[in-house]
Design a protein around this ligand. Structure first.
Ligand SMILES: Cc1cc2nc3c(=O)[nH]c(=O)nc-3n(C[C@H](O)[C@H](O)[C@H](O)COP(=O)(O)O)c2cc1C
Length: 279
């Protein structure tokens, strides 16, 4: 990879229009190797990721996996199975987003699918076990030059281009005062990259509170958003934000680690504590 995380993150957008061409051989091998390396999350969850890629001639089989027409011409999907455990979805989001950024670096188009995919087909494809779930998948392919109409409509409905302003996402330790870039210091650039994270229906549920050298991540749930037939997609969103956070801190040489701590600060009732980065 020649590009840094903070170069790759702004390059990534959900891309639902692909040409149908197979992923070139060298890129496919690199992606396969990377997918296999992403097996353990920061909360200790093991994930079995598999790249189900099309080779010439088997695109019909892939089409059969089913995305309800949301994705056109993808040459493959990254599918993962994770154990049903407490923080499994955050780990799933984190590891899968690492894969998304890697694929972006290979010049491939990707799109997260948490609702518009046929779970049974993908679960069968990865030979799901009783104790596992397939919470979401990611389509991968050679992107078309232009987005098709379906892609443009979905992006319009979700408002995909937009992100919430800083003052609604990042806070000082009282959880009310918006964090200024000056106070965020070296983390300002890191937070910029968290803000570009993809999220289900672009709801952007991540809230960050800076308390000295501790950075707390909270999930502010979107009321009425959770659907019983889908996984808890907003917890996956939190994992994605963690992926961007740790990729950029690593690039900037900012040391630290994730810990679940007793957070004593008073936070709004509708915020759920996820994890803290201890610098
Ligand atoms: C967990 C998750 C689930 C998603 N599920 C779908 C989906 O089912 N169908 C779809 O078309 N896009 C899906 N998306 C893509 C989002 O709509 C997209 O990330 C968001 O609108 C922001 O746009 P961007 O990714 O281009 O920055 C999902 C994204 C995430 C993170």
């Amino acid at each position: 990879m020649t590009q840094t995380a903070s170069e790759l993150i702004p390059l990534r957008t959900s891309w639902r229009s692909c040409t149908g061409e197979p992923i070139p051989h060298d890129e496919l091998s690199l992606l396969n190797e990377f997918v296999r390396s992403k097996a353990l999350g920061v909360f200790g969850d093991s994930v079995r990721f598999q790249l189900v890629a099309a080779r010439s001639g088997d695109s019909d089989e892939l089409k059969g996996l089913g995305t309800y027409g949301f994705i056109r011409g993808a040459s493959g999907f990254v599918v993962g199975a994770v154990d049903k455990r407490v923080n499994n979805l955050e780990d799933y989001g984190l590891l899968m987003e690492d894969i998304v950024l890697f694929a972006t670096g290979l010049g491939l188009a990707t799109c997260w699918l948490g609702g518009s995919f046929q779970k049974d087909n993908f679960s069968a494809r990865i030979n799901i076990q009783e104790h596992e779930v397939v919470p979401a998948v990611v389509s991968v392919g050679v992107g078309s030059d232009n987005r098709n109409i379906v892609d443009r409509v979905i992006r319009n409905v979700a408002g995909s281009k937009k992100r919430l302003p800083w003052n609604q996402l990042f806070f000082e330790a009282d959880c009310i005062t918006p964090l200024s870039r000056t106070k965020a210091q070296k983390f300002a650039d890191v937070f910029d990259m968290v803000r570009l994270s993809p999220s289900a229906s672009n709801k952007q549920p991540w809230r960050i509170v800076m308390e000295g050298s501790s950075i707390h991540l909270f999930l502010q749930r979107t009321r009425g958003y959770r659907k019983p037939m889908f996984s808890d997609l907003q917890r996956i969103d939190m994992g994605i934000a963690m992926s961007h956070f740790q990729a950029v801190t690593k690039e900037m040489g900012i040391g630290g680690s994730w810990e679940r701590t007793e957070v004593s600060i008073k936070h709004p009732d509708n915020w759920q504590y996820i994890v803290t980065w201890i610098c």
